[in-house]
Design a protein around this ligand. Structure first.
Ligand code: ACO
Length: 319
């Protein structure tokens, strides 16, 4: 085990998930193992802090690595000679090439970008959220592809969030212009002076479906921690469902490796859609195969998801 191997120098071992802080407002990553390895630890620093700050709209990135003491001594363990890890080098593989290391310059850019940054791509929808004190917040959803070269740079900045928050995710090919990327922004103010803050995003890929259709697959779906559990996941999913299923060529909406939280969100929203459209009217067990096929075709959900929803409906009738 990594921890016992370094037991003589345990003060120099840092848990990388604990000591990394992402800041729009400060929040912690969920995982750091895609970057720092399975054990999520680095050796060689006392009091290590890794700060990754983002401009809240443009996502211009500032990296600061600080520590109280760096391991400079001699030592070995059963994995070899001990030396302090190259944290900046390791992180640089995952951060955008234009990452800033000068804090004053970063602050200057944050202030400038707050005035000038506008979301890239085509606005697809907008929604409002009422806060507890009765104010209204505005949100907008944009669609982009990698054919927009400015967006490629933007995606270079936002893709780290997928590694840090979606278990098992990896970077997608930004040369492939078939990817569709949907971004969610909070909009403060109106018209030209509106300021935008990044909320979350979803990537989706169109797969060919024989003989002449497309199966749209949601790949990465993420709402940043400061915005979670406020209904944004629901709004993004509903917008995507509406966009994809109203395209004639799309025959099905699928999801790549959904986790439990996403499956929950998907089930709740699919059930709302099916109920609103009276899909379950007169439905009783056992449900004929033709009915499953009919619902699947009409609502463009996978067969498995339709069966799941039908089962949930039948169970809800029993209770
Ligand atoms: N556990 C259980 N239920 C949840 C959770 C949770 N952690 N989060 C939200 N829900 C439920 C809510 O109760 C809500 O139900 P309701 O409609 O009856 O009120 C519904 O799911 C949606 O809630 P939202 O507030 O709209 O969800 P949120 O904006 O927080 O987004 C998401 C949920 C996407 C899972 C978000 O927490 C997130 O990005 N997490 C980190 C990344 C992640 O796990 N992404 C999904 C990976 S799978 C994939 O990418 C295909």
């Amino acid at each position: 085990m990594f921890s016992s191997a370094f037991s003589d120098f345990s003060e120099f071992v840092s848990n990388t998930t604990e000591c990394t802080e992402l800041q729009l407002e400060p929040f912690k990553p969920e995982f750091t193992y895609p970057i720092f390895g399975e054990q999520e630890t680095v050796f060689g620093y006392k009091g290590l802090q890794i700060k990754i700050n983002y401009a809240s709209g443009s996502l211009k990135t500032y990296l600061n690595i600080s520590y109280k003491e760096k391991f400079n001594g001699q030592g070995t363990n059963d994995t070899g000679v001990l030396e302090a890890a190259d944290i900046k080098g390791t992180l640089s593989e995952y951060l955008p090439s234009d990452v800033l290391s000068n804090y004053d310059e970063f602050i200057r850019i944050v202030q400038e970008d707050a005035k000038t940054f506008k979301p890239l791509g085509e606005k697809m929808s907008e929604y409002k959220v009422e806060t507890e004190d009765g104010d209204e917040e505005q949100y907008e959803i944009y669609r982009t592809t990698f054919s927009n070269t400015k967006f490629r740079s933007y995606h270079d900045r936002m893709q780290l969030f997928a590694l840090l928050f979606i278990e098992g995710s990896s970077y997608i090919d930004n040369e492939d212009e078939k990817w569709e990327i949907y971004t969610v922004f909070e909009k403060q103010g109106q018209n030209e002076s509106a300021v935008y803050h990044f909320v979350g995003y979803c990537t989706a890929y169109p797969f060919f479906c024989w003989p002449e259709n497309i199966r749209m697959r949601i790949s990465q779906f993420l709402i940043l921690p400061p915005y979670q559990k406020q209904g944004h996941g629901n709004s993004l999913y509903q917008t995507l469902y509406c966009i994809f299923t109203t395209r004639n060529e799309v025959c099905e909406l699928t999801v790549e490796d959904p986790n439990e939280e996403f499956s929950n969100l998907r089930d709740k929203n699919d059930m709302r859609i099916l109920r609103d459209q009276h899909a379950f009217q007169g439905l009783q067990a056992p449900v004929p195969e033709e009915k499953i096929k009919e619902l699947q075709k009409r609502f463009k959900l996978t067969e498995r998801q339709i069966r799941r929803c039908v089962e949930m409906y039948l169970l809800s009738k029993l209770n």
